[in-house]
Write a protein that binds this ligand. Structure first.
Ligand code: SF4
Length: 190
């Protein structure tokens, strides 16, 4: 019988890009996104994830939108909001979300943790793996290193988004990344 893996999951498109690379595990997908300030956005991503998980028969657990978590996230990350994507701001954000994933794995008795985050071409797999390994040590659990974009994961997520008609946002998740994306679009059109 394959061992359980708690997979931090940001959204359905990313999960669909990495799931086939994890077929030696019994994957439990974990949705926890206190970085998303807009409840509609948070819940739209969650609904798409539930829809995809149903199709693939993937177990899923999720944290509901919660103002207190958003405030905690903002208190930590807010001071670095102007640093932009791929900066220390994102490092703290990965740390925040992955730490909760390890805590949840510990509570559930799941001994291995991984993350969909490395499938994104905008995210530094080396950094994510470093954070994952440090947390694994802290919680005495295993961390499965990944760089899912390297194995065609990102292309597959784009392909699956079209195939299944996933709602697919054009920014990472936080309000800062949304503004940055809007600014990029505006600058391109000028
Ligand atoms: S851009 Fe993404 S990873 Fe970076 S702080 Fe915002 S939500 Fe977190």
């Amino acid at each position: 019988m394959s061992s359980k893996l708690l997979l931090y999951t940001c959204c359905a498109p990313c999960l669909s890009g990495v799931f086939s690379q994890l077929n030696s595990y019994e994957v439990v997908s974990y949705y926890y996104n206190p970085n998303i300030a807009d409840k509609n956005e948070h819940d739209s991503r969650l609904q798409e994830l539930i829809r995809y998980a149903d199709m693939e028969n993937i177990s899923i657990i999720h944290e509901s939108f919660n103002r207190d978590n958003l405030i905690r996230w903002t208190n930590l990350i807010g001071p670095y909001k102007d640093l932009g994507e791929k900066s220390y701001r994102c490092e703290l954000c990965f740390q925040f979300r992955l730490e909760k994933t390890f805590q949840t794995a510990k509570k559930m008795g799941i001994t291995t943790v991984a993350s969909t985050l490395s499938v994104s071409p905008h995210k530094n797999a080396e950094l994510i793996n470093r954070i994952g390994n440090a947390l694994a040590q802290k919680y005495s659990l295993n961390y499965l290193e990944s760089n899912f974009k390297k194995n065609g994961g990102f292309a597959l997520s784009v392909q699956n988004s079209k195939k299944y008609g996933f709602y697919r946002q054009n920014y990472c998740g936080c309000a800062y990344s949304k503004n940055e994306s809007l600014m990029r679009t505006k600058n391109r059109s000028e």
